[in-house]
Structures are given as structure tokens and as C-alpha cells.
Unconditional design. Sequence first.
Length: 460
Amino acid sequence: MNQKSVVVSKSFRELILQEYPKLNTHVGYLPLLAHILYPPNGKKCVVSRNLLASICNAKPTHFNAEKFLKEFSVNIMRIEYTGYSILDAMAREITYADIPQYILDAQKVDRLHGNNLVNLVSGQVVNNRYRKAALLQDKEHVSKAYSFPVSEQTQQLLNYLNNDRGFSFDNDAINKAKSYIIEKYGENHMLDTLRAITIQPKTYFKATERSVRVFSDNASVLNLPKEPRKMLTSELIWLDLQSCALSVASKTFGLTDLHTFLSSGQDIWSKMYDDFGIIDNETRVLFKPIVKQAIYAIIYGMSLRNLMQGNDDYEGLVVLLAPFNINPYLFCQNDTIKSLLDARKIQFSRIKGSGGSFDAFGRWIAISKDVQVSSVLSQVNQSYELRLLLPVLLEAMVSTQFRIVLWLHDAICVEVRDHKRRANYIKRMKELVKIEADMLGIPTQLNTVSCVEAILHDLV
């Protein structure tokens, strides 16, 4: 969540200003405090030089981030942070902030029951005028030029999604989602996201370097877990590419047996359950996402060390498989998993020997000091997601009867204007993908995901 768009109750903001009377002595102090209290998606509090310069209305080139953080630590609250990372946009992580417990307790109460909402940084009251301004601010933010090249197809996707009017959530759905989050997860950052999308519900998308994928740039329904997302989008239609990552890998990795298996229409998950003796449905529900994450990690180039031991974004098979009493090294000897690992090794060698590889659109992705072999492999495989769904995007661009509201790599969320003709347009979208998949030789198809079974992937 953008630190300048954090919304809280008026009483909580007054409490913050009372506790830290010097907040208004520097333009960057309150935005930084907002970032500390409300880190994006509740994750680590990372501050890059660009972010700090932005909240201080300064140019990043000559901005002294260290000096600003030290001044904040002296004048507002004591903070501890790491040294900056040259490889990660000169970013530091704030590892400790001396926030009084009563402030944290008040934050919890505000998340659960806060009303009379205002912007934490500016103090602006949340009303219709504020909502319009928030929409414009989010739109302007994604309209800025990128410092890296964006593919033609990704730009087409961004232009379409960001110029779409979006989708609003009704109060009943919002209340159901809030109740579910509180019951399932308790008080946490998800309630901040939910609050934000009730004020500005449209998702704006941004490109990312070294991938054709697009991601939400602002607080979005896509940032919420599966169940609340289902509740909020129950009036829309979700469609996803069946076993997309595996299907693409069967083609790009040259895995004939896997390709034949998927082409026959057999269920890969039933096979994996049988292979590992996962019998009851409750355990299967827990096991499937772990296998799925592992498959994604392999296909998209994660190192064996990180696959086993984990990293900042992935817990690793040693931890994830422990509840199932499955040895992670034996897991990797499973015929499906081993074939992926063996084929990946061959692909690494091929890419290294060629100095790069072509993606699904015929673009050459070269190895460089900034682009490793694993990144090339990941970019190639991810490009097929967009290539497969591109015919649906092109049709949506000229259609007045249906539109794509949300995009999640290998899944789309659509709205059909005439509910009586939903089946016709779903059939048409499926046909478009089928033609493209057959032409590419990828054994996948576009499936309708029911409200009950909606699986909106948390991809690695």
C-alpha cells in the first residue's frame, strides 16, 4: 500500500500526532511512519532510496537516505535498519521501530472498528471528492514511464486493464469478507487492504522488469487471500489455464511423457496424491498448494538450495513437507518432479551455451550481468501465459459485451454485460485459447472456475 494513501480513523491519527509532536517538522516524517505502521502487504518494512526521496519530495540522485533515517530516529522514534543493498535499488530494511504498545493496541482497534476515516498523512477526510482524487492519483502513478523496456504485448495488456473502468464491491460482500478475515486471521494488514479497496476499488497494474507479467500497483482485491477474493468477486467469472505451468514446461522442456499425460486429460493432482499416499480430502487441500509452489519454483528457475531450504519468499521443502512426514529429497525423486529437475538442468545448459533463448513471442532474451540463466528460463516460461491468453485480450479490446476486469498471470476475471449470454462468451473465450494452445502444442485449456472452487494463484 502506498504510504501516502493509508487511511485511518480521525481519532487514531490524532493519537499519532499527539505521541509524535515533531511529525509535522519534516515533510517525510509522517509518510515514513505510515510506511512503518503499514508496510506493503504486511511484509518486511523495506525502504529504498527512491521511496525515501519520493516521500521527501526530493530527487533520488543526490538524496542522502542515511541522513534522513538518522534524523527520523532522533526526532520521531528510534529505529534500527540494515545497510543498503546495491543489488536491490539501494534498499534498506527497517528491522525495529520503538512504537509504544498502546499505539499498536490502538491500531488494532482502529482496523477492527475505525470510522470517520481520514488520510493518515494529509488528514483529508474520506468523502466522494477524496475517492475521485485517490482514483486519479493511482492512475497517474502507473502512467509514469518505465526505466526498463516493456514488451509490446505487455503494454497492450497494461493499456487495456488500466483504462478499464474497474469494478466496485457491494457492502454485503465487503462485510462478509471482513468477517471472514477477522475470524480466520484475526486483526492484521488484510483489513487495511480491504479498507483501501472500499475507498478506491479499481486495480491498476504495472509492468515488472525481466518478465511479461503484470502486477497490481495499488491496494487490490488480488492482494487478499482466496476466500475473501471469492466473496468480493462472486458476480464475476473467473477462468484459468488448466495446469498452465506444467503444460508449458512439457512443451519448453521437451517432456514427452508429461505432455502425453496432460494431453490425455488425466489429472496431475490425482497422480501426485496417489504417489505420496495422500488419501483424505482435508490433507489433499493442504498438500496441493505445497506441490504447486514447488513445481512453480522448479519451472521458474529457483536454485536447489532455495528449493530445499527456502529464502525470503519461500519456506522451502524441508519446512513445508515436514507436516506430511515426506522426506524432501525423496519428494524430488518422484517421477514427475525428477523429470522437471532433470529437464531443467538440460535447459540451463542449452541457454548457457546459446547465450540466451527465444520467448513465446520470438523475442531473444540474452544472458547478461543482470540476467542470469535461471531468469531467462523463467521469462521464457512466463511468456507463454500471456501468449495463450492474448487472443482473449485482443477480443476483449474490441468487444462491447464482455470485459476483463482482473488479470492474474494464467487466470482472468471477466464481466459479461448480458447475463443470459454468459455461456456464449465463455465458450468463445475457451475456443480462442484452444486454437492458440493447439497451435503452440501446449496441452492446456481455459477452464471456468466456479465461485465455490475459485483458485486465484499466489504465484511465486
